[in-house]
Design a binder for this molecule. Structure first.
Ligand code: ATP
Length: 395
């Protein structure tokens, strides 16, 4: 068998890696390729190196065709991942087979600095392709000949003459750290894996970690989804997308806290409960959430704090951001109550229309169960009705 060995940091794996593997597979007529994520790469300093377990999983998602095998050889070996050790282990595993080591331009140009590179070359044939616009195939073959004493013309080194696929893991991480969709640089499956496991993400990653600790799985996903819905509504209605995302993300931060914790943090935040509020613990998480963000997390933005505080009841005189979070909470993607489609439709027509529908929906279900209705909600409802009547009159 002709076996390709493709090692890398794969932090995360991307389409440039896949392109290289596919091109070399065709050029060198390989029967299979073993993908080997490094434990610690000796050739480069890798910032934000995701855990080996996650990089293995992401490689499984990206290199999902049958001719790829994902190996944990280097991760299991721990310590620095020297290719010479990997190659000699593989040589023992596949004594009868031909081994080919797949590398990109940058790796070839420093190959003579690799630990015991001459020993590596005794066991494998190098396969290279260009990965940028600056280096040409003739640069590669000249380097191979002059420095490594390998002749590309007689196949001592295989150089694939292909269009470079300009992309790096650094590019992917940079996009992710700015909260930009990076699915086109890697696969959708890898992108979603990164999102669910909070890898590389820097916008609000500390908050997301905190939320993962404070919330159960359902509530955590709900929070991510409300953040997304809030950002979409902000985009539609000219609001601040960043603030909307953040407020949506943290709106339920105290939802899974005990009643005692909620009361304690409200006390610390100098929140005095009205009689209705005292008798309605279901409302506490919103007030406690505001108090927690203000007293424990140092959030000072009044609009964000109000959006969290009033996300359950609403109130008269809501700001755009408050309305956005209030509605986003009703329409986030995982919601499936009977009227959700109507709510989504209305939210695309106008925030006030959607809020009025939401209030009517909530009054109906609360009064049916003889539950308390907060005066803030009633005042919000009245305000919306008055505005609506005045609007109709002026037409
Ligand atoms: P980083 O940006 O974190 O430095 P990287 O994108 O270079 O990472 P690695 O996992 O370090 O990715 O690369 C593994 C191997 O894949 C190396 O041999 C590298 O030269 C090659 N490679 C990476 N990206 C490409 C690409 N776009 N085209 C061709 N080869 C590539």
């Amino acid at each position: 068998m002709r076996i390709g060995i493709f090692g890398g940091t794969f932090n995360p794996p991307h389409l440039g890696h896949k392109h290289l593997a596919e091109e070399i597979k065709a050029k060198a007529e390989l029967d299979k390729i073993i993908i080997i994520p490094a434990n610690t790469p000796p050739h480069k300093e890798s910032k934000e190196l995701a855990d080996g377990f996650h990089r293995m999983k992401m490689c499984e998602l990206l290199f999902n065709e049958d001719f790829y095998e994902i190996s944990d050889l280097e991760i299991k070996r721990q310590g620095k991942s020297y290719t010479v050790d990997t190659v000699s282990e593989l040589k023992k595993l596949y004594p009868e087979d031909e081994l080919f080591l797949i590398i990109g331009t940058d790796m070839l140009m420093t190959f003579d600095k690799w630990y015991r590179y001459e020993d590596i070359l005794r066991d494998v044939r190098l396969c290279v392709s260009v990965r940028d616009d600056e280096t040409t195939v003739s640069d590669l073959s000249a380097f191979a000949k002059d420095v490594l004493k390998l002749n590309s013309e007689n196949g001592e080194i295989i150089i694939a003459d292909v269009e470079p696929w300009i992309c790096s893991s650094t590019d992917v991480r940079e996009k992710l750290s700015q909260g930009i969709d990076a699915s086109e640089l890697t696969s959708l499956e890898v992108f979603n894996y990164v999102r669910i496991n909070l890898l590389y993400e820097s916008p609000h990653v500390d908050y997301k970690r905190l939320l993962r600790e404070k919330l159960d799985d359902y509530r955590f996903l709900h929070s991510l989804n409300v953040a997304e819905s809030a950002r979409t509504l902000a985009l539609m209605y000219g609001g601040d997308e960043e603030k909307a995302y953040f407020a949506g993300l943290v709106h339920d931060i105290m939802k899974n806290a005990t009643k005692e914790e909620q009361l304690q943090i409200m006390k610390k935040g100098d929140i005095i409960l009205t009689r209705t509020e005292k008798n309605n613990p279901k409302l506490w998480h919103a007030m406690a959430g505001e108090a927690y963000l203000r007293t424990e997390m140092g959030v000072t933005d009044k609009e964000i704090l109000s959006a969290v505080r009033y996300h359950t009841t609403g109130r008269a005189g809501m700001s755009l951001l408050e309305k956005i979070v209030y509605i986003a909470d009703y329409i986030s993607i995982e919601r499936d109550y009977p009227d959700v489609d109507m709510m989504r439709e209305l939210s695309a027509k106008g925030l006030d229309e959607a809020a009025l529908y939401a209030l009517k929906f909530s009054f109906a279900s609360l009064s049916k169960k003889e539950k308390l209705i907060h005066t803030d909600s009633v005042e919000y409802y009245n305000e919306l009705i008055i505005n609506q009547t005045e609007k109709e009159k002026s037409l």
